[in-house]
Design a protein around this ligand. Structure first.
Ligand SMILES: [Zn+2]
Length: 265
């Protein structure tokens, strides 16, 4: 009996290691197999997760328009479904729409097949129905992938993480702190992670308001410093895309487009 318990414990720990820990090390720590940084001159990409949100996303879109900035929105399928008009507006104003699961569930708690069918493809179907174009980029909630996602999902979706995190989901981070932190950390090629909704677990509902206030100053400063803010797909269209160890890899637009929607079964 004791032997069986020990064996089961070892198998369970082994499963955790293979299914969760190894993909985490490969993607989040080494940055392999994911896109988290471009290397083209003074271009950077702002990305906004967890929306669309009926209160904050319109304010964010106004702000981006005011500054002539294009960005990438990683939307939840359930929210895109609930707010189709807002989703259409994001697209109409020239921003990129990517997928961030149907609801904000971590991929570690789901099988790769469930993630693929019930979250990614389901959300991509919803967005495609609304805007007439199928999203090709995907960011998992909390940036965590399971082993199956790493092996299969990235064959048909470009998986995007980030190189600069705003820590903007807490109200404790005020607009000035956020602006200071981002200005300190943003470098050429940065992919910046921010949130246009505050209703996910662990976030403060009013936090996006502070993000918006901070972003206003950041966009002004970035322009003065000569940075150009582009969509994630524009950032990666350049010849050099970051792959953790700093190796430049050619991922030309055509090649990526071809690879994006290949089904795996
Ligand atoms: Zn999220």
């Amino acid at each position: 009996m004791q032997k069986l318990t020990i064996t089961l414990t070892i198998l369970f720990l082994l499963f955790i290691f293979i299914y969760m820990v190894i993909p985490f090390i490969i993607t989040r720590i080494c940055g392999m197999g994911v896109f988290r940084k471009g290397k083209h001159g003074a271009q950077i990409a702002f990305t906004f997760d967890d929306g669309p949100d009926p209160l904050y996303t319109p304010k964010l879109l106004d702000l981006l328009q005011e500054h002539g900035v294009k960005a990438t929105f990683f939307v939840l399928g359930s929210k895109a479904e609930k707010y189709p008009e807002l989703t259409r507006r994001i697209y109409r104003e020239g921003h990129q729409i990517g997928i961030h699961n149907y609801t904000h569930l971590p991929n570690w708690l789901m099988t790769p097949w469930h993630v693929r069918q019930q979250h990614v493809e389901r959300s991509a179907d919803i967005v495609e129905r609304i805007i007439g174009e199928r999203p090709a980029f995907y960011r998992p909630p909390w940036g965590i992938l399971n082993a199956g996602d790493l092996l299969y999902l990235r064959k048909s979706y470009r998986i995007v993480l980030w190189s600069v995190m705003g820590w903007d989901w807490k109200r404790a981070v005020d607009a000035d702190q956020l602006a200071r932190r981002l200005m300190k950390n943003i470098k050429p090629g940065s992919i910046v992670l921010l949130h246009d909704s505050g209703d996910t677990i662990g976030a403060d509902e009013a936090a996006p308001q502070q993000m918006l206030e901070g972003l206003q100053d950041i966009l002004k400063e970035l322009r003065l410093k000569g940075y150009q803010c582009v969509r994630a797909d524009e950032l990666q269209e350049r010849k050099c895309a970051g792959y953790g160890n700093g190796k430049a890899v050619d991922i030309g637009h055509v090649h990526v487009k071809v690879a994006l929607h290949r089904n795996y079964k």
